[in-house]
Design a protein around this ligand. Structure first.
Ligand code: IMP
Ligand code: MG
Length: 187
């Protein structure tokens, strides 16, 4: 059951920690160094996908020592379940004109890949100079469509995970680590 304001309830909803806060920080520094080198002399626009990418964006952007701009997009493909519907809907579009911009989409996780492949197609028609993807997590076993992802944080097993922005029914986003959700929560 999704309970109330008790810390023990949160801990009993988790079976094991998969990636710790420290491991995430180290990885973000590593990717930031790579991105800094790759985009030298270029203007970079980071596009975060709400709401899952909020934590990644906040920490990743601060790991970059250069000028960057940020924009956000909200799409929905999941509802409140644990399976991708494949139907993507824009809930909030970008405020930025992508013409001539070097865009790096910052994503929390690639599962089926349906959301990202839809986004990449959508962005292709907006005149960006380049569009690349950074996904903090990827579930390789689950991929239904191939997504060209330039930067990957961690490949993880095909299990439903929560924390560090990732939710189940809008909860658990505030957990510092990324953990496997106990099946009793959603079964
Ligand atoms: P995809 O379209 O199947 O690749 O799913 C992408 C979106 O589904 C992600 O941006 C997440 O919001 C959500 N998602 C996929 N797997 C998980 C998970 O294990 N935990 C929480 N959210 C997930
Ligand atoms: Mg989600």
């Amino acid at each position: 059951m999704l309970g109330g304001m008790r810390a023990e309830e949160v801990q009993s909803d988790i079976t094991r920690v998969l990636v710790t806060e420290e491991q995430i920080r180290a990885k973000l520094d590593e990717v930031a160094a790579q991105v800094t080198a790759d985009y030298e002399g270029k203007e970079l626009l980071l596009v975060g996908v709400l709401k899952g990418a909020v934590m990644v964006m906040a920490d990743f952007a601060r790991a970059l020592p250069t000028h960057v701009t940020m924009d956000w997009m909200a799409v929905s493909s999941y509802g409140t379940g644990t399976r991708s519907s494949g139907v993507v809907q824009i809930r909030k579009d970008l405020d930025t004109d992508l013409h001539g911009k070097h865009v790096l989409i910052v994503e929390d996780i690639i599962d089926s890949g349906l959301t990202l492949s839809w986004l990449l197609t959508n962005f292709a028609s907006r005149g960006a100079a380049s569009v690349e993807v950074f996904a903090l997590f990827r579930k390789p076993d689950a991929a239904k469509v191939e997504v060209d992802c330039r930067y990957i944080g961690f490949d993880i097993p095909n299990e439903f995970v929560v924390g560090y922005g990732l939710d189940y029914a809008e909860k658990y986003r505030n957990l510092r680590d990324v953990a496997v959700l106990a099946p009793h929560v959603y079964s």
